[in-house]
Write a protein of this length. Structure first.
Length: 339
């Protein structure tokens, strides 16, 4: 089964072709980071317009790389939500229109399910069941994943997600957009022992998270020490990253113990963080457990994860619908997939 995947939930336009027997055949991605950097964050209207400009060239590029005619696809999967309404509408309209033109069925896909399943694209994919730590710009969740569409929420953030905390703290440090990546790079040069920031909800007894207080603690350090000095910026960045990584790692280990599972999957943009990977690798190796990550190119939003999720959904019995129904879900809890 050959599935075309289309991703346009925020500031990346992604297109991919995934074959259920041969795997990922080709994919293409355009990031809008350079465009939004001028404004210090994503501008929804500009994002939508850029998706319109990029999606057709990316489709042509992907099809050419795969060496297959467009008519060879069996179904089209696209991100229905969550995300920016205008951006989602571009991908939805394109997928539905293409489906009508080709006479192919379409399958709406949950953006977070794409992230959740993205490690299955690797050469060493995890086996079900596993615990998933989903850490993206707007979401931080721990899930028990028994199979495709079989997800149980174990814990989630009560306020800011880890990615949001990274971006907001980066802004306090005067770092350029995208702040999270800049903060992580700066933290590599910082002193891990100079500042000690709180570990929110580390001992809460549950698997929930809270990162808004950590951002406030960073603000207090900035006010006390300033950020004009490069060493201050680096040391505050390191203290922030140390705190957030410890909380994520400890909660993930707790989730594995409580579920009695021995496989962890980490997905989402923050999953590319080097310190987080190092900490989790060390903790999992001590216990002789397994941890899986997506390839770095699949940590950010991309069409490959949407094509994969669509193909796995179809294999699991989901039915693609005839093209022509335009519906997006900017707010779409992952828990709705289990209802």
């Amino acid at each position: 089964m050959l599935v075309l995947g289309i991703e346009s939930s925020c500031d990346e336009t992604g297109v991919a072709l995934y074959d259920s027997e041969r795997g990922l055949l080709a994919h293409a991605l355009h990031s809008q980071i350079a465009m939004h950097a001028e404004y210090g964050g994503v501008v929804p209207e500009l994002a939508s317009r850029d998706h319109i400009r990029r999606i057709v060239p990316l489709l042509r590029d992907t099809v050419a790389r795969a060496g297959l005619p467009l008519e060879a696809i069996d179904a089209i999967a696209y991100t229905q939500g969550p995300g920016l309404a205008g951006a989602l509408l571009v991908g939805c309209a394109f997928a539905e229109g293409l489906g009508l033109a080709l006479g192919k069925p379409v399958l709406p896909v949950h953006h977070l399910e794409g992230h959740l399943l993205s490690p299955l694209l690797s050469n060493d994919p995890p086996r079900f069941p596993f615990v998933a730590l989903l850490v993206s710009g707007g979401h931080t969740q721990l899930m028990r994943v028994t199979g495709v569409g079989e997800y149980e929420t174990l814990g989630e953030t009560l306020d800011d997600a880890a990615g949001e905390a990274f971006d907001k703290s980066a802004k306090l440090l005067g770092l350029p957009y995208p702040g999270g990546a800049a903060l992580s790079k700066l933290a590599e040069t910082g002193d891990p022992h100079r500042f000690d920031l709180p570990r929110p909800m580390l001992h809460s007894g549950d698997l929930n998270f809270s990162f808004s207080g950590l951002k406030t603690a960073v603000l207090n350090l900035v006010r006390q020490h300033g950020v004009e000095d490069a060493a201050n910026r680096a040391d505050i960045a390191r203290a922030f990253q140390e705190a957030i990584v410890e909380v994520l790692a400890r909660k993930a280990i707790k989730a594995l113990k409580e579920t009695r599972l021995t496989t962890l999957v980490v997905a989402g943009g923050v999953g590319a963080n080097r310190q987080l990977r190092t900490q989790l690798n060390r903790e999992m190796e001590k216990r002789r457990w397994r941890v899986h990550y997506p390839e770095l190119e699949f940590c950010t939003d991309n069409g490959a994860m949407i094509a994969l999720a669509g193909a796995l959904r179809l294999q699991a019995g989901s039915e693609a619908k005839p093209a022509g129904v335009f519906a997006i879900k900017p707010r779409w809890p992952l828990a709705d997939l289990m209802r």
